[in-house]
Design a protein around this ligand. Structure first.
Ligand code: AMP
Length: 191
């Protein structure tokens, strides 16, 4: 299996690149943010809970997020692999993911990181807020909170995968197709 963690701060382009990667490599795209948003739309119990954190730019608690991710992985038993987009965001999530994949006799192949600096992220998020109507992309304070949460809680997950020799960084600024090509090169040379 080809199991990729697509890593990077909010606004780095993870969703855009995931869409292209799943098509080329025939993978299942699991975006925890998208799954939470679908639950919010359907007004499920999980959606109501997640919204209370997302509106403030905070992380949804690990226990809830991990359980949801596990159930999504289990829904795709015959997949050739997964792109994990927006997960893991904490050390506990990274450890849970390793345990889950090990129980299925597989593992994370690599962590691909889109590297984009903060001023560019803020510009992109505000633009996305205008275009998509996503509430958490429209409020500069919530955007700042999400970037702070990324720096404090999520960025250290890089060390977890670096220690396993699985971290690969890519410049996330430039044309979408150029960035896609850089990601594909990393995948093709590291499979
Ligand atoms: P995203 O679509 O990845 O930018 O995520 C939007 C929001 O969903 C985040 O700001 C969090 O509140 C929540 N979220 C998404 N993925 C996770 C995760 N792995 N752990 C905790 N919260 C998450």
């Amino acid at each position: 299996m080809l199991n990729i963690v697509l890593f990077g701060p909010p606004g780095a382009g993870k969703g855009t690149q995931s869409e292209k990667l799943i098509e080329k490599y025939n993978l299942v795209h699991l975006s925890t943010g998208d799954i939470f948003r679908a639950n919010i739309k359907q007004n499920t119990e999980l959606g109501i809970l997640a919204k209370s954190y997302m509106d403030k730019g905070q992380l949804v608690p690990d226990e809830v997020t991990i359980r949801m991710l596990e159930s999504e992985v289990n829904k795709n038993p015959s997949s050739k692999g997964f792109i994990f987009d927006g997960f893991p965001r904490t050390q506990a999530q990274a450890e849970a993911l390793d345990i889950l994949l090990k129980s299925k006799s597989t593992s994370i192949t690599m962590m691909l990181a889109l590297e984009v600096e903060e001023t560019e992220l803020k510009k992109r998020l505000l633009l996305r807020g205008k275009e998509s109507g996503r509430a958490d992309d429209q409020n500069p304070e919530v955007i700042q909170k999400r970037i702070d949460v990324y720096n404090n809680e999520t960025f250290p997950v890089k060390d977890y995968f670096t220690a396993q020799g699985k971290y690969k960084g890519v410049n996330g600024i430039g044309e979408i197709s150029e960035i896609f090509n850089s990601l594909c090169q990393k995948i093709d040379s590291g499979k």
